[in-house]
Design a protein around this ligand. Structure first.
Ligand SMILES: NC(=O)c1ccc[n+]([C@@H]2O[C@H](COP(=O)([O-])OP(=O)(O)OC[C@H]3O[C@@H](n4cnc5c(N)ncnc54)[C@H](O)[C@@H]3O)[C@@H](O)[C@H]2O)c1
Length: 432
């Protein structure tokens, strides 16, 4: 009997991707250029958009839907003849920074209801080590009345794509994969090799693959936290962090991290999954937790530094007009989820400052819905301070004359990413 890999290649079996967001849609389309795919999402509006070749996450062009053998659906019935499931739904945290597995378990319930003997389920959502086998598999077994390993196979293969990054794409980055036994591990890796040109690394187990993903982002978070802490120290010393990093970066093994706001739904979220699991096992992950504390505090810190400069310029914060440039969680993306710019804005407002926020990429209605403030279409100077919070390429060419035109004579330029560091001569300037 042929295995599921061979059936997929011969188009005798279907692969489904559950959850078609930043991660799910690109992988679904990539597979659909070679094999039969069902793209399933619970959000009917998003399904409608994808049928019209529109990517709801604004990452893919309509042409990238061309030549794909894919059926977009929100109907469970369309999953009944699927033999290989990939789950790529969000794994957020709640208000208390505790993992919120609602979407993951919801998607697992969907799969559990249609799971058949010999089917495969591979999770791509970022989770803590153990989540796939301890939280998801029992639900699959219960709903399908089938036995894990014996009747159906499960694997884990984390995603590494980076929103807005056109160089590191799904097919050009090595993918880690794993299975619940040697046979499934090999079959899952071969299925991914259909689309990942850079190759597939077979991890030793599902838990190892889960841990590998979570530490990639935890390592970045802790390193950025260290640089953020250094920037707080250097600020007290009156030296510029970017100057220090430029000097230290001439050493061959110095790690090149920069200070900044850590937002988004990966780096600022994933370490909490590891902290949670460690705590469950009786260990308080102090370094990871401290990194999260430092990075989560940066928005408030930036706002306070700005207010201090405004006061020093002779303006009462309640009379100050401040422009914040950039609202997305990082440069050149439209995604505003978990953007720490909101922390800067809220802290400024707590000092009674009048704040205008502008962004060439963010959607005004989404910002209003998520954070409760309006995006300004126009920048109406003069301002007491301008905070360039995100290094969108649209901002790269602004020069001192432009900022002078937007600021009051004693106005302050706060340049979080140090973009204008070498270009500002007269203005009061501050960066992390
Ligand atoms: N965005 C990234 O760059 C990135 C990179 C690596 C890993 N990840 C991880 O991948 C996972 C998915 O993230 P994302 O950014 O693609 O999320 P997303 O929010 O962009 O998309 C998730 C999609 O899943 C759908 N969905 C939610 N619950 C569902 C359910 N029960 N059944 C079916 N569909 C459901 C939503 O409607 C949405 O279309 C997360 O675990 C994330 O941490 C994301």
């Amino acid at each position: 009997m042929s295995n599921v890999y061979e059936k997929l290649v011969r188009k005798e079996a279907k692969l489904a991707v559950i959850g078609l967001g930043y991660v799910g849609l690109p992988i679904a389309l990539e597979f659909a250029r070679r094999i039969k795919v069902v793209g399933f999402d619970i959000n009917e509006k998003r399904v409608e958009m994808m049928r019209r070749k529109e990517d709801p996450s604004n990452e893919l062009e309509p042409s990238e839907f061309d030549g794909c053998d894919i059926h977009f659906t929100a109907d469970l019935e369309d999953l009944r003849d699927v033999e290989f499931f990939i789950v790529a739904v969000p794994t957020p945290i709640d208000q208390q920074n505790i993992p919120d597995l609602t979407p993951l378990l919801g998607a697992t319930r969907t799969v559990g209801q249609v799971l058949k003997k010999n089917d495969y389920v591979v999770y791509e959502s970022t989770v803590y080590p153990g989540c796939t086998e301890e939280d998801c598999v029992p639900l699959l077994e219960r709903l399908s009345n089938l036995k894990f390993v014996e009747d159906f196979k499960v694997g884990y293969s984390p995603e590494r794509i980076n929103p807005g990054d056109k160089e590191h794409t799904l097919s050009s980055i090595v993918k880690v994969s794993s299975g619940c036994d040697p046979e499934s591990s090999e079959i899952i890796a071969k299925v991914y090799e259909l689309v990942v040109k850079a190759g597939v690394h077979r991890a030793a187990s599902i838990k190892v693959a889960e841990a590998a993903k979570i530490i990639e982002n935890t390592q970045r978070d802790v390193n950025i936290a260290l640089i953020n802490e250094l920037s707080i120290i250097f600020n007290r010393m009156g030296i510029n962090t970017y100057d220090v990093l430029e000097a230290a970066g001439t050493k061959w093994n110095f790690l090149k991290f920069q200070p900044g706001l850590v937002g988004g739904h990966c780096i600022g979220v994933d370490p909490y999954y590891l902290v949670y699991k460690a705590k469950e096992l009786g260990y308080h992950a102090q370094i990871i937790d401290s990194g999260r504390y430092v990075n989560d505090s940066m928005g408030g810190y930036v706002a306070k530094q700005t207010v201090k400069k405004v006061i020093a310029s002779g303006t009462n914060p309640a009379d100050a007009r401040i422009l914040v440039m950039g609202a997305t969680f990082k440069e050149n993306v439209t995604d505003i989820r978990n953007s720490k710019v909101a922390d800067v804005v809220n802290e400024l407002k707590s000092f009674s400052c009048h704040v205008d926020v502008t962004d060439p990429h963010a959607d005004a209605a989404e910002v209003k819905h998520e954070y409760g403030y309006e995006l300004s279409h126009e920048m109406k100077g003069p301002y007491d301070a301008i905070i360039v919070a995100v290094n969108h390429s649209d901002y790269a060419n602004k020069d001192e004359a432009w900022f002078k035109g937007m600021l009051k004579p004693k106005g302050v330029l706060v340049d979080l990413k140090g973009i204008y560091r070498t270009r500002i001569k007269d203005l009061t300037y501050w960066s992390l």
